[in-house]
Design a protein around this ligand. Structure first.
Ligand code: ATP
Ligand code: TZP
Ligand code: MG
Ligand code: MG
Length: 265
């Protein structure tokens, strides 16, 4: 699958309703990978935009009740138009409001891909995880948490961490690519949600495979960025990571990807 080549050829539009911390990084990351970002929040226009986008990202990082209403409006329009919807439930489990708003979106919008750290996804299925602010991990098995989330919300669930688990509840992939420095740059989880959106836009029928490709490409870019900046530090790493996203090609990814496929039942 020459997926990065397809990305640059199709240049999918990703409508991002994301948080105020990561907006610029997300837009630049999408441009780097070959997609086209648009950030839009107003109730008056979100449905129109979501319906013509290649994918819609809902990220609750700096949520308000009004914004959630806007997200639901956009999500419903995307559903009607057959546009894939990605949800990042940032900080779910840290406060009741975040957990409840994430569950409200999941109840009212058909979410195609749910992406979060272990603690966030665990909190949505009522399993205990550790969430401190927007950082979280799961004490149990990420495979089990992701499978249960995928089945409960009828979606592809992605639990990220040292090893990323991607599942539709039956098939599962584990991606070992990535670098711990990704956790030292704010917004790397959020940008990954947007990048999954860009990949999903290429073929809605193959969301599990394309989400796995997105996660692998992302991890490979991080590894290459670390090679360049290990002696410098995370500021340089952040820039090198954007550089690597823009220079990544299918050959490099097929050489460096560490992806294991299995079943998750
Ligand atoms: P948190 O807010 O807890 O940092 P997040 O929403 O930022 O979570 P992460 O789990 O940090 O999301 O995932 C973002 C990216 O960082 C993913 O590509 C993931 O593979 C990578 N990643 C996270 N932790 C590690 C690690 N220990 N080693 C390698 N890669 C990692
Ligand atoms: N606070 C609210 S949203 C946000 C912070 C710090 C960004 C979280 O980004 P990520 O990608 O989950 O690390
Ligand atoms: Mg992070
Ligand atoms: Mg996050």
């Amino acid at each position: 699958m020459r997926v990065l080549e397809q990305m640059r050829e199709h240049n999918p539009l990703v409508h991002c309703m994301t948080n105020s911390v990561v907006t610029n990084f997300t837009a630049n990351g999408l441009l780097a990978i070959g997609a086209s970002p648009v950030m839009a929040y107003a109730q008056e226009e979100v449905a129109d935009l979501a319906a013509v986008a290649g994918a819609l990202l809902l990220n609750i990082g700096t949520l308000s009740a009004e914004q959630i209403e806007s997200m639901i409006k956009a999500g419903k329009a995307a559903n009607q138009a057959g546009v894939p919807v990605i949800l990042d439930p940032v900080g779910a489990g840290a406060t009741t409001f975040r957990t409840e708003m994430s569950l409200k979106i999941l109840a009212e919008v058909k979410v195609d891909v749910l992406r979060g750290n272990g603690g966030e996804i665990a909190s949505l299925i009522g399993v205990e995880g550790a969430v401190k602010g927007v950082d979280g991990s799961v004490s149990g098995d990420a495979g089990d948490v992701s499978r249960r989330a995928a089945k409960q919300f009828d979606c592809v669930a992605v639990v990220t961490g040292e090893v990323d688990v991607i599942t539709d509840g039956t098939r599962m992939a584990k991606v070992a690519n990535g670098h711990p420095w990704l956790t030292k740059v704010v917004g790397t989880g959020c940008l990954l949600g947007a990048v999954i959106g860009a990949f999903s836009a290429l073929d809605r029928e193959r969301i599990l495979e394309l989400t796995t490709e997105a996660v692998a490409c992302y991890g490979v870019a991080a590894e290459l960025a670390y090679r360049e900046t290990a002696e410098k530090g995370i500021g340089s790493f952040q820039m090198a990571f954007l550089d690597q996203l823009s220079r990544l090609d299918d050959e490099k990814v097929s050489e460096l990807r560490r992806v294991e496929h299995g079943r998750n039942e």
